[in-house]
Design a protein around this ligand. Structure first.
Ligand SMILES: *[C@@H]1O[C@H](CO)[C@@H](O)[C@H](O)[C@H]1NC(C)=O
Ligand SMILES: *[C@@H]1O[C@H](CO)[C@@H](O)[C@H](O)[C@H]1NC(C)=O
Length: 241
């Protein structure tokens, strides 16, 4: 284990019984960043057309919440409307990926078990262990139109639209309160983006909505903690990094 890991992480690590380190990787040839693309190992994988890992310039761990509501008449929580979406702080793990992808996968999973970071757009997040180990890179939120936004400052900004979604692996990926892992996603850049042409959400832990709206008020926002890896790509058409 690298010596830079905080005490908190080591403690949490030692109490973990299920780990994500067994994720299979699809290893690219000639990529700028030498690591593989994780596979869910399930019946479907992100299509990633074209799969060109040389476009990956920033790998982050995101830690935050997915918000859901129960509008009148709904039986299961939904992610629609002004008060829902997601909000998260993203931390730069690009350098760490080159050393050990399995370690980054493990930290991604553990991050969900650590205290929620500040969910404000602060330049240095009060983000528990991740803040100590990795620099904050991006802030993720939904804008007034309900578009997911990842603001990575001078590294770029992406207003995202969903291209593909596949179920996450189920083993060892449930959140602290048992929430299933949110799907893995491939998102494209909409107008207003700069420097980032695609973003992939993978290696997710937690974040899924509870199964039922029972006991949830009409105005209540159900917040479910999650963590994930977000990989930012630039295909060369929006300025190189
Ligand atoms: C979701 O919940 C968080 C945490 O309370 C909150 O800060 C945020 O404004 C909520 N709404 C959206 C769109 O994320
Ligand atoms: C690069 O990404 C942009 C934004 O998603 C897209 O419009 C464009 O078609 C892409 N170009 C290539 C060559 O993939």
């Amino acid at each position: 284990m690298p010596s830079t890991i905080s005490k908190t992480l080591l403690l949490t690590f030692s109490t973990l019984t299920t780990l994500t380190s067994a994720l299979p990787h699809l290893t690219p040839r000639g990529a700028a960043i030498q690591f593989g693309f994780p596979l869910t190992g399930g019946s479907s994988e992100l299509p990633l057309t074209p799969l060109d890992l040389s476009q990956v310039f920033l790998v982050t761990i995101g830690r935050g919440v997915q918000n859901y509501t129960c509008p009148p008449g709904s039986t299961a929580p939904v992610q629609k409307g002004a008060s829902t979406g997601a909000i998260a702080q993203l931390f730069d793990v690009t350098a760490k990926m080159a050393q050990s992808q399995d370690f980054v996968d493990l930290v991604t999973n553990i991050a969900q078990r650590n205290p929620r970071p500040s969910l404000e757009d602060v330049s240095v997040a009060d983000a528990g262990l991740l803040n100590g180990e990795f620099e904050k890179a991006c802030f993720h939120f939904f804008d007034a139109e309900g578009t997911p936004v990842f603001d990575c400052g001078d590294k770029g900004i992406i207003l995202a639209s969903k291209l593909d979604s596949v179920p996450a692996p189920t083993e060892g990926t449930a959140g602290v309160e048992g929430a299933a892992a949110v799907p893995w996603l491939e998102l494209a850049a909409k107008e207003g983006s700069r420097g980032i042409t695609k973003i992939i959400r993978i290696v997710t832990t937690g974040g899924s909505a509870p199964a039922s709206c029972e006991g949830v008020g009409a105005d209540e926002v159900v917040q479910v903690d999650y963590s994930a890896q977000y990989w930012m790509m630039n295909n060369g058409t929006m300025g190189s990094m």
